[in-house]
Design a protein around this ligand. Sequence first.
Ligand code: PMP
Length: 455
Amino acid sequence: GAPKSQDIWQDLDRRHHLHPFTDTKALNAKGARIITRGEGCHIVDAEGKKLLDGMAGLWCVNLGYNRKELVEAAANQLSTLPYYNNFFSTANTPSVELAARLATVTPEGLDHIFFANSGSEAIDTAMRMARFFWQAAGKPEKTWLIARDNSYHGSTIAATSLGGQKEMRKQGGPLLGDIAHVAQPYHYGEGDGMSEDEFGLFRARLIEEKILELGPERVAAVFGEPIQGAGGVIVPPKTYWPEVERICRKYDVLLVADEVICGFGRTGSWFGCQTFGFTPDLMTMAKGMSSGYLPISGVAVGRRVADMLIENGGEFYHGFTYSGHPASAAVALATLDILQDEKIIERVRDDIGPYFQKGLRTLLDHPLVGHIDGVGLIAGIALVKSKTPKTFFETADKAGVRVRDHSISNGLMMRAVGDRMALSPPLVISHEEVDDLVRIVRRALDLTLAEIGAA
Ligand code: PMP
């Protein structure tokens, strides 16, 4: 049960729990910061320290903490029907209702939903579905999947194989075959000498080159996040996605948008693909779908693939015990209600998103801030050793980790991806909280500058 007093944490040996994506030696020495409560856009740790959650948990608690409607939705559903499966032509009420509701907000045509429990499972599902589509279409040699360098699509062996994070890919292989990677459209870091628009087209055409190198008759699908999130919040030039879509159509390759981070309002549209002007064949979603309150994910399936599954595919041997879990689906429905009733996505697009982006850009005068990427309530800050000439820090400087740690000490949870600082606060963040966030980031930058200096 819940600890009766905060003191219990003092006596616990915190070292038994193995944490993903953590330096296990450092963790073993220090123990983890235990988060015990949430309040609005803040979290509170076992020592009673309150932090503004600049990451919405792990890019997911979009509606903030203690939303009673979400808790009640889960409780009511658990007391009515805690579980029934969606296999063998049975289904539970909330999952059927959720699929229908999602179909009203997904882009035109993506109106069938396959449920899973995590982003990784949704990705795994989309990978199988894309390859199965071509098998059923009589082109079983179309097996290759193309993704981008540095991308994160999850941690199952399939999602790890799809992802482009080099260190991660070295661990636990052999990985799945028939997967290729191309460079992401990181204009500030890699686009020197080209305009953003030119660079967007240039990087999109790397996908075309890869398709031609492999042979279009062997390529099943291209996968990408509208904005690469865990890869460092890389916002593509606006020419990028429409060109990628054109290329996929030209060579008859499926396009899969990984909307696990961008979906449900983060970029000021329901889905990131709408912000960037393209329509995928498949779309993965998770995180913000239930505002992180219970695990649920899904794949929105466009008509072409849905028709195949329904008409030609026969039985699709795929699914998870908890696909469309009633309590998770009920929370997701309540999340959709809040997003719509409170016009939260419109607020991200027209008010708080622009306010957040403008606030962050006041940091551009700071010697350590080279560039700020972002749209809606997601942003990446590129740290530099010097602006002109543009010089990035050495890994050993640990600039990103320093800024992150100073930020956390000063009351803001934020994330470092190398020397790119990632921010993704709850969509319900207030103007005052945005001001606090920007102030704490500046303080963290000042403290870091005092420690390591600039060039
Ligand atoms: N895709 C993207 C874009 C993600 O950011 C993540 C998680 N950070 C995943 C997939 C995997 O989701 P999960 O952790 O729920 O498996």
